[in-house]
Write a protein that binds this ligand. Structure first.
Ligand code: HEC
Length: 157
């Protein structure tokens, strides 16, 4: 303990609580910098924004195995209108075929929801155009809800 001009220099220990808080702040700061520095963690506000937009726009439905609109009468109705303006030119107003094949019978690329989605979204080599850009995921599912409703009607005696 030093003494200058009668003033004592005291070496009091920092209270433990302060020490813990102080170290905690430093640890948090390092963590924060590491997590939010794009060069280190790859975090970017654009990526976060895109993820949020994707979630909001239903692009995630993209990966759905089953048609989310299968039992929706409103979607089938909308799908019918979409079919008339986008598909009937090749597949016929009654889906019985024309330039494109009959859609009410067995389908060579598969009649599972997922397979038909891929057919319409990405197209097929024999002249089936890709509709992913033009219609987007939701409307493709709606068109297919309509196509399925006609197929099921056709199967009934
Ligand atoms: C330009 C004409 C054309 C248009 C428009 C068109 N298709 Fe096609 N489509 C075809 C042809 C041709 C094929 C056969 C492709 C092949 O065999 O490789 C086909 C195949 C298909 C198949 C697969 C059939 C099978 O046997 O597996 C489905 C399902 C289908 N189309 C649905 C649709 C739907 C739904 C639309 C509207 C969004 C549509 N198509 C619009 C021409 C068209």
């Amino acid at each position: 303990m030093a003494e200058f001009d009668g003033i004592k220099e005291a070496h009091n220990k920092i209270p433990l609580g302060w020490m813990i808080f102080f170290v905690g702040v430093i640890v948090w700061l390092v963590w924060y910098i590491v997590s939010y520095t794009p060069q280190i963690s790859g975090w970017s506000q654009y990526k976060v924004f895109e993820e949020e937009m994707e979630a909001a726009s239903g692009v995630k439905e993209e990966a759905a195995q089953e048609n989310p609109y299968e039992y929706s009468a409103a979607a089938v109705k909308e799908g019918k209108a979409l079919y008339v303006s986008n598909c009937s030119v090749c597949h016929g107003a009654d889906l019985k075929g024309g330039v494109g094949p009959d859609l009410t019978g067995s389908l060579k690329y598969g009649d599972e929801d997922r397979e038909m989605f891929v057919t319409v979204a990405d197209g097929r080599p024999g002249g089936m155009p890709a509709f992913r850009q033009q219609l987007g995921t939701e409307r493709i599912w709606k068109v297919l809800a309509y196509v399925d409703s006609v197929r099921e009607r056709g199967e009934r005696p």
